[in-house]
Design a protein around this ligand. Sequence first.
Ligand SMILES: [Zn+2]
Length: 569
Amino acid sequence: MQINYFAQLKQPHTHLVTVDVFLSDFEEKQNYLDIFLPVWSPGSYLVREYSRHIAVMKGYDQDRNALMVEKTNKSQWRVHWEWGNVQSIQLSYEVYCHELTVRTSHVDSEHAFLHGPTLWIGVLNQSVSSIHLHLDCPEHWKTISTALTLKYKENNQWCFSAKDYDELLDSPLELGNHFCETFKVKDKTHEVAIYGKSFLPINTLIADIETLVKTELALMSDPPYSHYVFIVHFVPALFGGLEHAQSTVLQFDGRTLLNRKEYVRWLGLVAHEYFHTWNVKRIRPRALGPFDYQQENYTDMLWLAEGLTSFMDDLFVLRSGLCSIEEYLEIQKDNLQRYYATYGRNVQSLAESSYDAWIKFYRPEENTANITVSYYLKGGLLFSALHCVLLTYGHRIDDFILRLWQRYCDNPEQGMDSEEVLAIIEDLTDANMRQKITNWIYGTDDIDFLSFYQIMAIAAQWEEAKELDLGCKIEAVNGRLMLKTVQRNAWAWNSGLNAGDELLAINGIRIYPEEAEKWMSFLAPQTEYLFLMARLGKVLELKLLTPDKEKRLTQLVSSNQEKTRALLS
Ligand SMILES: [Zn+2]
């Protein structure tokens, strides 16, 4: 079957993309065709039901006679016709695109960001021999950035080809008049397409992306793509990234890039998404490709996909010379602090966290941190410990990654199972260590990360916290101080404070919404206070004894920077 998608964006201010899909050369004599729109996007493990943005699906034969289109489930349609009369069919629909995230589409008068799973329908039970995407843009839009192959361009009409439906979905497009710059590494063109603005000089931004690419390629050798596109959206308050096989989409608040900590975070995001080129887009859990776009694709191995990538991202920034060892250790300290503050680490294993990403990690609510642990966070820490373990066996994390890559190259069609990953670890260490790492993945016992870091001459410093840790998060919401989360078994939980409570006053003194970050510093330890709260429309008084100040991890320091740097490089 041949498929030609014609997307028309002539009135971008309406946020509508009009899509006409022409299908011809059916495989068998038949009188119906099943079509669907994906319900999720690979890399973002949540059913998002993109078809809710389509109002009507219409079908026509080659003579523009209307065909019956029957909806067969929330994201699937069956197009009917009389056998023998139809050689090709046309499907027509509009998609409303007005959500700017890495996994949704956004069209307005200035630009369009087209995310494949929200727009391009697929066909079931047909093998597709050719796919073309034709785009009809406003005349003043001069640029399109995408990993798809450009076939031709005439005025404001563009035509791209994809080798299959997966590549079409996996190749987002940025359209408009955005900034573009390219650089070459290992003979491959890397394009940086930036929509939006930042205060950072553009030369620095591009040069640092190029440095990160070179650092990652120093480990991975040859780029596994013909060209690569970084689509960047600098928009206030945005943060996120999504990996693709030959491109990535990065969203960040460009205004913050002159802040050193934010800039290092940005570099980590770039390094993270780019490393996914190998880890998850190629080296991958068995369930993650080929994909079933119509339902959840379960895997208990996101600790590999995201954990390893999370450990490597900051490491690549360090290895690139773009952050100092102190900045690197500060990030690792923050990670450990977040880990210690997550009660759910006692409840959920990395494997369980991965499997339930669809219903827990991607749908956080007040109790999430009490019953889950992030496979990014604990997964990243696990690989930091594995790196230390490997050092004691004369290896490093790089050897593990190259073994994973070799396995991918040997059998690229099939993803990996955890047995294969553990076998590589055993090969690089021994059977005892394999068992230990298995427990880290499938168990909930705490891992003594700090003792492993000593191998790299990294020590932890603990100090009494400056303020009380009451075990709850309070945020200002619509001018009210609301308890957002209450940590299980911590002080607030044991004292009977609830998520959803509003804090009004303590000892008759008003606490104001703008003090959400600092009100705890007003209180002394081991002292009784009268909390005035509001809950479900009632006001209540609670006499509560504050806890002692706790010791908190304040710093990771290297006692021998030369050694630490050498063992991390
Ligand atoms: Zn990731």
